[in-house]
Design a protein around this ligand. Structure first.
Ligand SMILES: Cc1cc2nc3c(=O)[nH]c(=O)nc-3n(C[C@H](O)[C@H](O)[C@H](O)COP(=O)(O)OP(=O)(O)OC[C@H]3O[C@@H](n4cnc5c(N)ncnc54)[C@H](O)[C@@H]3O)c2cc1C
Length: 438
């Protein structure tokens, strides 16, 4: 039987981050991945001419963990163009840039600005742990801010519903502030949160998978095993037996919650309550022949990160990323990734590609009205039946209860714990290793 000090199960960014820090400490460890490659949902495809099509995450917002890893490995990150700072909201059938005050005045009414000013004098008691983002913000600032700003932002990040997502889990720092101050805005001024809301956006020249390849190349190949799905973990003496084949003192379990719950049901069964919203990604390019006609109109919009859909639009198109604006070297002409479905339209995951493509294009041309469906060419697509974990009401208590039951030598990592971004997932992997080995 193979014996190790540590086995990391799952080779997404969370497991790879644990493996990076384990390798830095020169630990005796093994990373076991069920798939044929590392990276998990990072799914970079290339066209015949080596242009980039991202089917999973499109870019990363660099925080301290990924900064540390990429600096250490001298990974050449590709920064997004400055124009990516421009964020658009699709509302009242038009695209509005919300970076400026004038844009915000188009998205929010005077009544809401008045409510924002009034919030400084908010007197209601502190938020309970069991409050949704929608409920909290509606209570403090009115429904419009939820529908026109939070709905699109949370659709873009979580493919979720603000009235189901838990405030304490999605915005832990704001939740903490709201525990001490009846007015959130006053609390923000007094407590000065440490979380960085504006992070730089990156990829690599070869897309996000380039990051995975470079982290992988730092880890000796004999420490990585692919194509082995872990199906059982049993406690034995001071450690564990995995798949009746591997023995280890410690485990980092970096697989999705819906897999983890079956591997050691005695501690993790409750993780099956975490719902993963389905999502479909479609990579479109504006056809080259069409570009000149559409370009005059599109120019004002295509120099932006992309757009997110406000609630009143009532659309299954959660949002889009204008990949060619972020990373011009990734595409020869205008490239747009569309995200369809999410927690509010879960049934769409059962639609055929033809149906989904039609829905995506119908919605896309509403936002870009001088284009027609035939202007776009579908380059690639991917269905994610269990795409994004939802930090719905009860999430925080559930995670705390599960963590409390865990044996000391088993830690969890992954996007259902500390945030769903690549940065947060990598941070969860780093934290798990630190908790086991200091
Ligand atoms: C469509 C989409 C778009 C996104 N866009 C962005 C974005 O633009 N920016 C951003 O920051 N984040 C984005 N995210 C979120 C982010 O990409 C993920 O949250 C993060 O990559 C998850 O990493 P992970 O390691 O926790 O999980 P995963 O990537 O799911 O990795 C888990 C790994 O465990 C393996 N595994 C599963 N079962 C077993 C088993 N039994 N034995 C061994 N191995 C197993 C899997 O094969 C997989 O490799 C997006 C996510 C999706 C789905």
């Amino acid at each position: 039987m193979n014996k190790h000090k540590l086995i990391i199960i799952g080779g997404g960014i969370a497991g790879l981050s644990s493996a990076f820090y384990a390798q830095k400490q020169n630990l005796d460890f093994l990373l076991i991945e069920s798939g044929a490659r590392l990276g998990g949902v990072i799914n970079t495809q290339k066209t015949s001419l080596n242009y980039i099509l991202e089917q999973g995450p499109n870019s990363l917002a660099l925080g301290s963990t990924l900064k540390e890893i990429t600096n250490n490995l001298n990974i050449a990150l590709l920064p997004a163009q400055a124009i990516a700072k421009k964020k658009l909201i699709f509302i009242n059938n038009k695209l509005i840039a919300i970076n400026s005050l004038t844009g915000l005045f188009e998205v929010l009414s005077l009544k809401t600005f008045f409510k924002i000013a009034q919030e400084f004098f908010h007197k209601t008691p502190i938020a309970s742990q069991n409050i949704s983002i929608g409920e909290f913000f509606e209570n403090h600032f009115g429904a419009e801010i939820v529908n026109n700003l939070l709905w699109p932002i949370l659709s873009g990040i979580y493919a979720g519903n603000p009235y189901k997502l838990e405030f304490a889990s999605v915005f832990p720092e704001l939740y903490k502030i709201s525990q001490n101050h009846p007015s959130l805005l006053m609390g923000l001024i007094k407590d000065k949160p440490t979380a960085k809301f504006k992070r730089e956006i990156f990829s690599t020249e070869s897309g996000l998978f380039g990051l995975i390849e470079q982290i992988q190349s730092f880890i000796p190949p004999e420490k990585i095993i692919l194509n082995i799905p872990i199906t059982s973990i049993k406690e034995k003496e001071a450690g564990f037996i995995i798949n009746n084949s591997f023995q280890t003192e410690k485990i980092i379990l970096a697989v999705p919650a819906y897999i983890a719950c079956n591997l050691c049901p005695e501690f993790l069964a409750d993780l099956n309550q975490i719902y993963y919203a389905p999502i479909i990604t479609l990579n479109f390019w504006l056809k080259e022949s069409k570009e000149p006609s559409g370009v005059a109109y599109l120019d004002q919009y295509k120099n932006a990160f992309g757009f997110l859909s406000a609630r009143p639009q009532n659309t299954p198109l959660l949002g889009t990323v204008f990949n060619s604006a972020l990373f011009p070297s990734h595409a020869p002409n205008m490239a747009i990734t569309c995200f369809i479905g999410g927690a509010n339209y879960p049934e769409l995951i059962n639609c055929s590609l033809e149906e989904i493509q039609k829905i995506a294009l119908q919605e896309l041309i509403k936002a870009l009205p001088q284009t027609t469906e035939s202007d776009f060419e579908l380059k690639n697509y991917k269905y994610w039946p269990q795409g994004i974990p939802q930090y719905n009401l009860g999430h925080r208590a559930l995670i705390e209860a599960v963590q409390a039951k865990l044996p000391q030598n088993l830690k969890l990592a992954g996007n259902y714990l500390k945030g769903i971004s690549l940065e947060d997932s990598a941070y969860s992997g780093k934290t798990a290793l630190r908790e086991l080995f200091g």
